[in-house]
Structure formats: structure tokens, C-alpha cells
Design a protein around this ligand. Structure first.
Ligand code: GTP
Length: 600
């Protein structure tokens, strides 16, 4: 039997993800994502655990016809007898002492990709086929996201496709999406914005699923897309990698079901939970001003529950919810986690990415706003005083070993040349992580990416527009332009140096011979010595040898010329040397050295 992916096994065994994760953690199995593979032994162990549970849960009524001749317990679990229900029932006793009482929530998915690769079409297809719009009078409300129903439950899709929205939300510190779908047209393969989308999803550390769209076209070249994905370090599962790739057509609907199923499986294994009773947390997806209704803000609730009449604080504004509308256009009274809603009640339009909090009453809402204003002002003042330096970004003393870069250059050739040089500079100590390498001037999106990932933007032979430069300045992002490749590389070297632990080298200073030892009741032994070569320096490292043997290693604690304390004594002079050691003898050789930081 070959290796099995976690999600595939969970599906085969009809086990819910929570239980699968529990078993894996009980077994001490480490895994990266739901696509990670399990070896044969682990699979057998899981099957055994499930079989044992099954037996102990139904001791007297062996369920389906599971002949004892069947050595492997797995087929029994795959039997038709409502496996999911059975498993859930079996799990129940364990739930008496649940690790996590917080209920599951629906995944929030964002669709990104290159222009014209079919993001909108895919969203439209899913909305058309999966949203029961008629329930609410036939008009779906635009609330920035919609809820699709699948056999495995609800999936929330953010319906403004494109990474700009996603990134601006992230740049404000919010991470609204749990899963990113990267749409790649089968006839066009990976394009610049695909690469950007991948970089953004990776920077957000959200699992991504690649949807190869337009499979219906005769010019579709799936193999090419897969090869191009590999070149982006996204190795599809069939080649042994972790990247889930699903072929779809937004036109015919082919594969969309599989895509939804994959989303559900990934979501299950992400074990997404949120407490509807917790303090409110939500994110503004978009907002607009309606001539008749006023400000409408589209929000996704992340935890807690929104209720009509609540006071909400968003950024430096607050408002009272006058009305809540769900994605089907229905007026609702409250909305729990992973619910997209439209809120009426703000006096000014909030910005995408703003986080929504609730206050108990108007007074508290006002206070919260006031304290936010103060924090912002303080921050602005502090920033003015101290423009961020690279050391600030990466930490002094090289605590951060990852250097994130966004690279922009005039041609593909330059990009590749620079990337080639950078690749050689990655070492065990420092990882140069080029989050995005693109042709053309840097964009505001690059700055947002850089600001969320603490990256530096390096430009070669391209110049940022004043607008982009301004945003970079506001966000304290280093945006540097070069006309000569080696100057850019020098900058990278500087970054590397800033992040590395300093390297020290022992440098020889000099040697002295001990000619006479004076035993002093208070000062201990003073070695009257003659400096034969170089110099001796106070606080330098000292090694004392007697014949061929090293008898002491430590520090020159004191150094005197006659009665005076001195800092150093040159060759050709006599001096008195003190150590924190008293067994020095006539004839010993003192060798002094110091540790010097290597700068190259
Ligand atoms: N044959 C075929 N055409 C498709 C498919 N999906 C989208 N298209 C077509 O591709 C074009 C672009 O589709 P959109 O959905 O607008 O692409 P998009 O990625 O949302 O584009 P932008 O919003 O401009 O970034 C349209 O003409 C669609 O009809 C598909 O699966 N098959």
C-alpha cells in the first residue's frame, strides 16, 4: 500500500476531522496540512484505534455483516451502514471531557488569480448553483461575501475576487480568509498575477487550493499548468507534493463539486472553530454609501455574535446597528461566526480590513474610540522620531533569520539574474525569502504585502510612482531602487549582516615570559613578566603555558608598570600581570589574545 493523504483517509474511513486530528495527535504524528501523507503503519494504527472504538461502543450488537475472517477492520468502517453517524456516536463518550467546547465554524474562502482566468465566473457559478436565493424573495444581497451550501456544510466565499482586497484587509492586521483558491486558466497557465496571488496566500499562511479553470477549452494544457506550479514550489499531490489541484470549468461546472469538496476537507482538517458567545470580533470586507440608506458596511463575523442594537467600534468610529441583512437579502436579528452581513448604522464608511469590536453602551464605545485615537497619535509621534531602519525590522543581534524581500525589476532577465544571485546567498543562518518577484514598478499591493510580511522592497531599474513611495513611507517600508545590480546585492549583504549573529575570531596580541612571581597577601600572585612580542592588554584573553602544557586559560585581570595600572604594555617592557589564578610560576609563557568581530 502506498502512502495515504490525511484528508483522503478521513474521507475513506468516514471519520470527522476533529476525531482524525485527535487520533493523529494521540499518536504523536506531526503533519503540515491535510494533504500530508501518512505512512502505512500510521494508517494501520488509526484503523485499529477506530476498530477498537467501534467494538467497545457496540459490544453486544455487532453492526453490519463484518465477518471475522476480515483481518482488516477498515472495510467494516466503509460499510454502507451510515458510517458517519456510527463514528459520531462512537466519539460521543470521549466528548464528556471535551478538549474544545468551541463549536466549528464555516470556512471563509477567497478566490485569487490572474486577470481573466475566471475568478468572477467561478464565483458566479458557485453562487448560481449553491445559493438558495429564492428563499428571500429572489434578490441576493451584495454583502461582500456569500454562503454556499454543500453536502458537507456551509462555505463562505468572499465575493470580491482579487488579491488587492485580500491584501488590503491583511495589511490592516486582519486575516479574513481561511483558505485561498488560486485560479489558473488551463490555456494560459501561471501569469504574473498568479504568482502575486500565490505570494499573498503564502504570506498569509493560509492553505491554498489550485483550481485549474477553463478545462472545457480544447487549448487547455493541464500538464503545462502543473509543471509551472512545480516551478513555483507548489508540487501537486500526484507528484508527491502537498498542493491540492482541482480541474474545473466555470462554464460547464465540471469539477466544481470536487473543488467544493476539497475546500470542505481542507477546512475540516484546519479544525476551524469560533465561539458565538465570545467577545465580538469581525472584519469589514467592504463598505459603501447608499443614497437612500446611508452607510452600508459588509462585515464577516469571526467570533461572538452581532445583534441589532449593539454598539460597534470600527477604527476610530462607532455606530449602533440599526439593521442587519444577510447574504440572501433577509433582515436578521443576529449573526454568529463566519456569517457575512451588511450593517446599517455607521455614520461614516469604514475601510476594508478594519476590525469590528462591540461596546456595551455608547459611553464605552466613545471611550474605546478615544483610546484608539490616542494610541494612533502616540504611534505617529514615535514613528516620526524614529524612522524605521533595517535593523529595527529584522531585530538587532540577528534574532530573525528570515529576510523577506519583494523584488521588482525591468525585465524577466534581470529578475532571474538577481534571484540567481540571491539563491546563492541563502545559508544555514539566513533564509532570503523572495516573496514576490515581478516585472515593472512596485505597486501599492507590493507595499501592503511588504508591510504585512516585514519585507524590504528592492527595485532594479524601475522606479516607484510617488503614490506608491508615499504609501511605503507611511507604512515605514524600505523601498530601495538601484540601477546597478551589485549595489542591490550589496544592500542584500547589508541585510544579511544585520540579521546574523556576529562572528568573532580570536586574534593574537602578544606574548610575555614570567621572570619572577611576587606573592602578595591581598593581590594574590603577581607575575613579573617581560613582553617578548606584540603586547599585553588588560582584560585580554590569556593562555599560560608551562612547557607544552596549558596551565591556565582566562583573562588578564590586572596589568601594572611599576606601581601604575596600565591598559597595555608593548614588547620590550617589563610588567606585572594578575590573573584570577594564583599558581603562576617563573618560566611560564603568557599568550594574550582578543576576540574580534569579523566584518566581511
Ligand atoms: N471556456 C471557458 N471560459 C471561461 C471559463 N471561466 C471564465 N471564462 C471566460 O473567461 C473570461 C474571463 O472570466 P472572468 O470570470 O471575468 O475572469 P476574472 O478572473 O474574474 O477576471 P477579472 O475580474 O477581470 O480579473 C470571460 O470571458 C469568461 O466567460 C471557463 O471555465 N471556460
Amino acid at each position: 500500500m502506498s502512502k495515504v493523504r490525511i484528508y483522503a483517509l478521513a474521507k475513506d474511513l468516514g471519520v470527522d476531522s476533529g476525531r482524525m486530528l485527535e487520533i493523529l495527535s494521540d499518536l504523536g504524528v506531526q503533519f503540515k496540512s491535510s494533504s500530508s501523507t501518512l505512512d502505512e503503519e500510521t494508517v494501520e494504527a488509526i484503523k485499529t484505534i477506530l476498530a477498537e472504538e467501534k467494538n467497545s461502543a457496540t459490544p453486544t450488537t455487532p453492526t453490519a455483516t463484518t465477518p471475522s475472517a476480515q483481518g482488516d477492520s477498515a472495510p467494516a468502517l466503509q460499510n454502507q451502514g451510515a458510517p458517519t453517524a456510527t463514528v459520531e456516536r462512537e466519539v460521543a463518550p470521549r466528548d464528556t471531557a471535551p478538549k474544545n467546547e468551541v463549536p466549528h465554524r464555516a470556512p471563509v474562502v477567497t478566490i485569487m488569480g490572474h486577470v481573466d482566468h475566471g475568478k468572477t465566473s467561478l464565483l458566479d457559478y458557485i453562487r448560481k448553483t449553491r445559493v438558495a436565493a429564492k428563499e428571500a424573495g429572489g434578490i441576493t444581497q451584495h454583502v461582500g461575501a456569500f454562503e454556499a451550501k454543500t453536502s458537507k456544510g456551509k462555505i463562505v466565499f468572499i465575493d470580491t475576487p482579487g488579491h488587492e482586497a485580500f491584501t488590503s484587509i491583511r495589511a490592516r492586521g486582519a486575516n479574513v480568509a481561511d483558505i485561498a483558491i488560486i485560479v489558473v486558466a488551463a490555456d494560459d497557465s501561471i501569469m504574473p498575477q498568479t504568482r502575486e496571488a500565490i505570494a499573498h496566500a503564502q504570506a498569509a499562511k493560509v492553505p491554498l487550493i489550485v483550481a485549474i479553470n477553463k478545462m472545457d477549452l480544447p487549448t487547455a494544457n493541464i500538464d503545462k499548468v502543473k509543471q509551472d506550479l512545480i516551478a513555483q514550489n507548489l508540487v501537486p499531490e500526484e507528484f508527491g507534493g502537498d498542493t491540492i489541484v482541482v480541474g474545473v470549468s466555470a462554464r460547464t461546472g465540471e469539477g466544481v463539486e470536487d473543488l467544493l469538496e476539497m475546500i470542505s476537507l481542507v477546512a475540516e482538517l484546519e479544525d476551524l472553530r469560533a465561539d458565538p458567545k465570545a467577545e465580538l470580533g469581525g472584519v469589514v470586507v467592504e463598505s459603501r454609501v447608499d443614497r437612500q440608506m446611508g452607510v452600508l458596511a459588509n462585515v464577516i463575523v469571526q467570533q461572538g455574535t452581532l445583534r441589532v442594537g449593539d454598539f460597534l467600534v470600527v477604527g476610530e468610529r462607532y455606530g449602533k446597528i440599526k439593521a442587519l441583512t444577510d447574504s440572501l437579502g433577509a433582515r436578521i436579528k443576529d449573526a454568529g461566526p463566519s456569517t457575512p452581513v451588511q450593517i446599517l448604522g455607521f455614520s461614516e464608511a469604514p475601510t476594508a480590513g478594519d476590525m469590528v469590536a462591540s461596546a456595551r453602551n455608547e459611553h464605552e464605545a466613545r471611550e474605546m474610540v478615544q483610546s484608539r485615537v490616542t494610541v494612533r497619535r502616540d504611534g505617529e509621534q514615535a514613528r516620526e522620531k524614529r524612522r524605521m531602519t533595517l535593523d529595527d525590522i529584522f531585530g538587532a543581534g540577528g534574532e530573525v533569520r528570515e529576510i523577506n524581500l519583494v523584488l521588482r525589476a525591468d525585465t524577466q532577465g534581470s529578475v532571474e539574474a538577481i534571484q540567481g544571485i540571491l539563491a546563492r546567498k541563502t545559508s544555514e543562518q539566513v533564509n532570503l525569502n523572495v516573496m514576490l518577484a515581478g516585472i515593472g514598478a512596485p505597486t501599492e499591493g507590493d507595499v501592503l504585502l511588504a508591510s504585512t510580511a516585514n519585507a524590504t522592497i528592492l527595485c532594479f531599474s524601475v522606479v516607484p510612482s510617488p503614490g506608491v513611495q508615499k504609501v511605503a513611507t507611511q507604512k515605514g517600508i524600505e523601498l530601495k531602487t538601484y540601477r546597478i545590480i551589485y549595489e542591490l546585492i550589496d544592500e542584500v549583504d547589508r541585510l544579511i549582516k544585520g540579521t546574523q549573529e556576529p562572528v568573532f575570531e580570536e586574534r593574537y596580541l602578544g606574548r610575555a615570559e614570567v621572570r619572577m612571581v611576587i606573592r602578595h597577601p591581598k593581590a594574590g600572585s603577581v607575575a613579573g613578566s617581560y613582553v617578548q612580542d606584540g603586547l599585553l592588554r588588560r582584560n585580554a584573553r590569556a593562555k599560560v603555558t608551562r612547557g607544552k602544557q596549558v596551565v591556565y586559560e582566562g583573562t588578564i585581570a590586572g596589568l601594572k608598570r611599576f606601581k601604575d595600572d596600565v591598559r597595555e604594555v608593548q614588547a620590550g617592557y617589563e610588567c606585572g600581570v594578575n590573573f584570577d589564578w594564583n599558581d603562576v610560576q617563573e618560566g611560564d609563557i603568557i599568550e594574550a589574545s582578543e576576540m574580534v568581530e569579523i566584518t566581511s
